[in-house]
Design a protein around this ligand. Structure first.
Ligand code: ZN
Length: 290
């Protein structure tokens, strides 16, 4: 389903004064984003839109401020009587769960090669937004699928088949439920620079079923079960995985209150340029951003 569905993203932004706030406000408005709340004292920006999270982050960071996504939520606003996640006022609706996968060659985001971040946001029981940005791809289409296992001991080769709890055939995410795997996410298209950005609304994939599994972007295009190759009904003959990552739970709105990492005192804005562990964590050489 490629329909436009809103979701909410909560960013921690290192705004320190009212002029920073007004810069962020004008940048968002300039990009057609109108539904947002900026809270200067808590350094938070909460945005409800149909845009990809990465794009919103870039709009904020183009003002010279650093933005870290700290939570995602559902569509629209809370109605009277619904439980509130933030105190007071007209607040965005919490989602039903969220997850994130950091993809890289052999399942390691920090290995040079194809890499990117894919987010899953269950805005209600029948809609999961799957969105992300991947870089380093050959221009053109590449298959994208959730696989059954989260075992990267042999890189992208030990992740099992497409996630298929109902024992159905491979197909397109646009197909009837029995003519696709739950894990089938179709194709993403990389532009001439090798970047693919996408935002899909899936009716049958559920965040709580895929946490601990993996997501894989393939070398070739997924034929969506329409080809003549014997693998067409297995995996769309999409070739080996180029990059993959384990799907891990991530925070909902208002769930992530930290500003400083307890382990080494790095602020979340510095930390966004650091690996979660390993050598890059100790030295001061920012390698990547996620
Ligand atoms: Zn499949």
């Amino acid at each position: 389903m490629r329909e436009s569905v809103e979701s909410t993203a909560e960013f921690s932004v290192n705004m320190t004064c009212e002029s920073c706030e007004s810069k962020v406000r004008s940048a968002l408005l300039k990009h057609g984003v109108q539904d947002f709340q900026i809270d200067l004292p808590s350094q938070r920006v909460i945005i409800t839109s149909t845009k990809i999270t990465e794009e919103l982050k870039n709009v904020i960071e183009d003002t010279g401020k650093l933005a870290v996504l700290i939570g995602v939520g559902g569509e629209g606003r809370l109605q009277g009587g619904e439980e509130r996640v933030h105190g007071g006022g007209d607040v965005p609706r919490q989602g039903l769960g969220a997850a994130v996968a950091m993809l890289g060659k052999d399942g390691d985001y920090f290995t040079p090669g194809v890499k990117g971040v894919i987010r899953f946001n269950q805005i209600d029981r029948s809609r999961c937004i799957v969105e992300g940005t991947l870089d380093g791809l050959e221009p053109g289409e590449h298959g994208l699928a959730v696989h059954e296992a989260g075992d990267v001991s042999r890189g992208c080769h030990s992740l099992g088949d497409h996630y298929n709890p109902r024992g159905t055939r491979h197909g397109s995410p646009e197909n009837m439920e029995e003519e696709r795997h739950v894990g089938d996410l179709g194709n993403i298209r990389a532009d001439e620079s090798g970047r693919a950005t996408f935002r899909i609304v899936d009716p049958i994939l559920k965040v709580w079923d895929v946490i601990g599994r993996s997501v894989v972007v393939s070398t070739d295009k997924d034929d969506l079960g329409q080809g003549n190759h014997p693998r067409s009904l297995v995996d769309g003959n999409c070739g080996p995985g180029l990059a993959c990552g384990i799907i891990a739970r991530s925070a909902g709105l208002g769930e992530n209150l930290k500003k400083i990492c307890a382990c080494d005192g790095v602020t979340i804005w510095d930390e966004r340029n650091k690996p979660l562990a390993g050598q890059g964590r100790q030295d001061n050489q920012p390698e990547t951003s996620y």
